[in-house]
Design a protein around this ligand. Sequence first.
Ligand code: B16
Ligand code: MG
Length: 219
Amino acid sequence: MTKAALFDLDGVIADTAVYHLKAWRKLIQDHFNQDVPDGLLAQTKGLSRVDSLNAILSGLDLTVSEEEFARLADEKNDLYRQSLADLNEQGILPGISELLAELRKKDFHLALASASHNAPLILEKLGLSDSFEAIADPRKVGRGKPAPDIFLAAAKGVNCKPENCIAFEDSSAGITAIKAAGSYAVGIGKQAELNADICFPDTTSVDLDEILSNWQENK
Ligand code: B16
Ligand code: MG
């Protein structure tokens, strides 16, 4: 059986989720002089740039023209990319390099299923460009997370059936997407928020043996 491990990027492989949140906060502060509440910011985790901006604007009851929307999205991306300037191998979350090696040893194909258009740049900065056999392109999939499309594309990229894949995510939208794809969802964060098939509080506590035995039991 061909099996694969599908990975989210921001918040699972790289410690970059916080940079997205900071960039949104600054953008809205600069343009609308408003603070984005933590709860609203948290809802953007895993959502595409456009879906995130829509969620923030509607959460704050703000309306903008199409042109301004596009400018705001571009400016957020500029802010985010500035914060990536010093990113290097140290930005790989602890335990992740070992996990990737362990999965490879167990004959898992590895694929990336990130919503981020910046994923190839980030992988390069982390020195992980050659670590994944397939990188699903969010520009080419129909719907963003919580729809399953990016995980289905990642599984297809390594010629693996979604039901033979385990997938790692730190966002609730991403966990919903994994389950909708029919794969086994490993959450990184708080289970009460994620509702994953199995959950670990952080990347250092991920236990692959526990994941694999739980996956088999629940198949
Ligand atoms: P970009 P992931 C997601 O990456 C982030 O969680 C989310 O905060 C961001 O809005 C999205 O990528 C799009 O990113 O603006 O760089 O295209 O968690 O799916 O790896
Ligand atoms: Mg993420």
